[in-house]
Design a protein. Structure first.
Length: 171
């Protein structure tokens, strides 16, 4: 339809968007790269880890031990064997909504399968990244990840050019 360049598609999301990112790359390899923040990888284990287990009891019409097939069917971990897309996973270590174990589980599976995966943990952070230095770091990493996988080279900001040239003249 001409809306997007099919050779430069990426996918990214956080929380439910993180789940959607994890899910999308199990269903297609059309994306050049992905970033999932605080995503749910396994609905069954999420039920026992999260501070909102009732959400899934309502959404999946029952407890995981009674609606096992539904929880399994909609979990990215069920289809992790299909993933080919390089992905950066980011997560706050103190997240109670989507505990970091969800990211660790997905990361380990992808790592074992030799899928290109990077896992960035943010200490002291919950479901969202709040500390200014962490926010700056997260955005920098996200841009670098997508640039790398899309073959984009950006000019360095003036502040980096100055500090680089200053450091170079000291040597």
């Amino acid at each position: 339809m001409g809306v997007a360049d099919p050779d430069k598609l990426v996918v990214m999301g956080g929380s439910y968007g993180g789940f959607s990112t994890f899910w999308a790359i199990t269903q297609t390899d059309r994306f050049k790269a992905a970033i999932g923040h605080a995503g749910i990888s396994d609905w069954y284990s999420f039920h026992g880890q999260s501070d909102i287990p009732g959400l899934m009891e309502f959404g999946f019409v029952g407890y995981p031990w009674r609606s096992t097939e539904t929880y399994r069917k909609y979990s990215p971990m069920t289809y992790v064997g299909r993933v080919k897309t390089p992905i950066m996973i980011t997560h706050g270590e103190q997240d109670r909504r989507v505990p970091i174990a969800q990211a660790e589980e997905y990361y380990r599976a992808l790592q074992r399968r030799d899928v290109e995966v990077v896992f960035v943990r943010y200490p002291r952070e919950g479901h969202g990244i709040q500390e200014p230095n962490h926010q700056i770091d997260l955005v920098r990493r996200q841009l670098e990840w997508f640039d790398k996988h899309l073959g984009i080279t950006r000019p360095k900001p003036e502040t980096e050019k100055k500090s680089t040239s200053t450091e170079g003249s000291r040597n």
